[in-house]
Design a protein around this ligand. Structure first.
Ligand code: 4AD
Ligand code: MG
Length: 453
């Protein structure tokens, strides 16, 4: 039969169609859109690798083929045979249709070419992912992830997976999702794999983990997911300066890969490539103190919630506070590439960061702020490698000492200076694709107010 016969034949894909100019090919896919003009029809066919315009001429096809095309609805599935032709001037291809097999005529498709509200699209995320813009973002995301893994593999890092069920907090106790764990009480979804990666670095020298991580803070910002993917390299015998060198090299590599391999997708997203081409070494490195100076020069206040529910603006920006989006924006505004802010006040950062031996009020932590106002994409630090100092930090942070005994063992048995960082994939996708909101950066986003479809 027609159907079976088509399936055993060679596979052709739209992104490789340039190889078949003048030849007959078979496209298996869906109808993206269709336009009729008298005795001609122009169906746009998509197969997941791209979109090609078909030309159906009533004169040249059988009546059955013409009638089949007439009954097609948006997203109907089909197998189309035709000859590939190249546009005389442009790098564009057309399919001169000879035959069609309709697999299914789709029901009225909810997402039409008109504008839909964002909540409607989010409710239909399972269908929204078929749109040209969304597939372009997903392809850039894949390139970023592949580039991360290639960089690690090519530079002597070993993959060291960390668990998702964990017994305690690592990045602050108020932000944990918990679940019942048999007779062992509660287990928490990991906020980070870092502590486990540190064990890996002591075993293998340079490691990374890469997986989903979870944050339960009640945040509704454009940059916050409750579930996001993070890559976390961890290196023995690296100090904070080695760490920053690595972060810089890593980010430049990823941006170059995306520009090189995902040009078509960036064009679909109307991304200004020159902004990405500016991402070269060296990145500016400024201390937290210098960043606060910039913030105060621009007179950006800290906004603090008052007891009565109102807000107050505090100027100058008080030393010791973490930055919010307006502060990050003020700091990066004058630069065309990511900015590394290091030497943070210890009270603003996690318990495991190493105190600067010359100034115990600050820790050897670094945040990398993306240009164009995209905010923090990387957080990293040198780790506290002294047993006593780490114990006192665990106490100060009211963390359960028992649960951390295994982590303290890493400081008992051959402790060495070591450093690492975490990069959130979705933040990088937002930046490189220039997305307004993190909800488009992952196929099925999990937000405070959305956990479906
Ligand atoms: O700065 P964070 O919290 O650092 C850590 O978790 C460290 N343990 C990393 C390490 O040193 N191994 O998170 C690191 C990065 C952020 O810079 C950001 O890119 C991303 O993870 N991130 C989020 N992305 C989306 N939604 C959220 N809620 C995020 N929280 C952090
Ligand atoms: Mg951070």
């Amino acid at each position: 039969m027609f159907f079976k016969e088509k399936f055993v034949k060679k596979r052709y894909y739209i992104d490789k169609i340039a190889d078949y100019v003048g030849q007959e090919v078979i496209i298996r896919g869906w109808l993206y859109n269709i336009r009729t003009s008298g005795k001609l029809m122009f169906p746009q066919l998509r197969d997941g690798t791209g979109i090609i315009q078909g030309v159906v001429s009533q004169k040249e096809v059988s009546e059955r083929v013409w009638e089949d095309f007439k009954k097609l609805t948006q997203e109907s599935s089909l197998i189309v045979t035709g000859t590939v032709a190249k546009h005389p001037k442009k790098e564009e291809y057309e399919l001169h249709v000879k035959d069609i097999e309709v697999i299914q005529v789709a029901e009225a498709y909810p997402i039409t070419p008109k504008d839909h509200g964002i909540e409607f699209l989010a409710d239909h995320r399972h269908l929204w992912v078929r749109s040209q813009r969304q597939t372009a973002i997903i392809k850039v995301r894949e390139e970023i992830i592949k580039a991360c893994r290639d960089y690690m593999y090519d530079n002597g890092f070993t993959l060291f997976d960390s668990p998702i069920f964990t017994p305690n907090a690592a990045e602050g106790t108020t932000t944990l999702f918990s679940s019942d764990y048999f007779d062992l009480g509660k287990a928490y979804l990991a906020q980070t794999g870092q502590l486990y990666a540190e064990a890996g670095a002591m075993a293998l020298g340079k490691v990374y983990d890469f997986g989903p991580t979870f944050r339960a803070e009640k945040s509704k910002t454009r940059r916050h997911l409750t579930e996001f993917w993070m890559i976390e390299p961890e290196m023995a015998f690296y100090d904070i300066y080695d760490d920053m060198d690595l972060i810089e090299d890593f980010i430049v590599y990823i941006v170059e890969r995306v520009i090189k391999n995902r040009r078509k997708e960036l064009d679909i997203l109307e991304r200004d490539i020159t902004k990405l081409e500016a991402v070269k070494k060296p990145f500016p490195r400024i201390t937290y103190d210098e960043a606060v100076e910039i913030i105060n020069k621009k007179n950006v206040p800290l906004i603090r919630k008052k007891a009565d529910g109102g807000e107050e603006e505090i100027r100058p920006f008080p030393w010791g506070e973490d930055f919010g989006a307006p502060h990050e924006e003020a700091v990066v505004e004058d630069y065309d590439r990511p900015v590394m802010v290091y030497n943070w006040p210890s009270e603003a950062k996690a318990f495991y960061m190493k105190r600067d031996p010359e100034n115990p009020k600050v820790v050897r932590g670094v945040d990398v702020l993306a240009p164009e106002g995209y905010g923090e994409i990387v957080g990293g630090s040198e780790r506290e490698d002294d047993l006593q100092l780490l114990e006192s930090r665990i106490k100060e942070h009211n963390l359960p000492m028992d649960a951390f005994q295994w982590y303290l063992d890493l400081r008992r048995f051959g402790s060495v200076p070591h450093s690492g960082f975490g990069m959130g994939i979705e933040r990088v996708v937002c930046w490189l694709c220039k997305l307004d909101h993190v909800r488009e950066s992952i196929p099925f986003p999990r937000l405070m107010y959305r956990n479906r479809p």
